[in-house]
Design a protein around this ligand. Sequence first.
Ligand code: ADP
Ligand code: MG
Length: 244
Amino acid sequence: MPEVTIANLSKKFAATTVLHGIDLTIEDGEFFTLLGPSGCGKSTTLSCIAGLEKPTTGSIAVGDRTFVDIAANTFVPPEGRNLGMVFQSYALWPHMTVAQNLALPLKIRKVDKQQKQSLIDDALDKVGLLHLKDRYPHQMSGGQQQRVALARALVYSPTVLLLDEPLSNLDAQLREQARTWLKRLQSELGITTVYVTHDQEEALALSDRIAVMQEGEMVQVGTPTEIYQEPATAGVAAFVGRCN
Ligand code: ADP
Ligand code: MG
């Protein structure tokens, strides 16, 4: 059974349609990337999965849970979806320590105190930052802050991880390192991941499968090898070809 099932997903902002009836399935444990130029609808797709935007038509299910189905008038709000999210601006609370930043989503979920500590330690251990749990965000590098943001997204054991250009605020060298540990962590945890990027090199390096998006449509879905070696359109070829 696919982990994420998206059917006939479209989204209009006022008179402008930015997603045009997308159908997509993402398998359990897959590292799946939405790749495309700025403005093609990647973040909107992710926001619809997260429940931050309500689609105009269509449905989205994770496992056997329907999160949204416009025809059936079903809409589960973001806090009911148990998804982990990291966005480009990772926005840790500046006045809270690392441990306090991770405690917040657990508090919202009413996790008891004792369990809270072990979940926090466990999540920080996964990203290799347990020793920094009493630091404040400004006392850490951008790369470390990004790992804290990831730990915060993992702390309540989400079913799916949604990552929107999470490495784009890092400089080139840090980005390279972050890519490596992100890939290792994802495969160790085996967590289904939907990753958004406009960086074709990053997509080819990280993904099990890639959906290439253009103007609100999925132009091609395939493995990195398929996308790179057998681009479906001249547009896809031009877009992924630039990583040579
Ligand atoms: P991407 O993440 O691929 O850069 P987005 O999903 O952010 O693209 O945006 C797709 C299109 O939808 C863009 O043209 C953008 O301007 C538009 N858009 C996104 N969010 C809104 C919004 N809240 N209101 C109006 N237009 C929006
Ligand atoms: Mg975006």
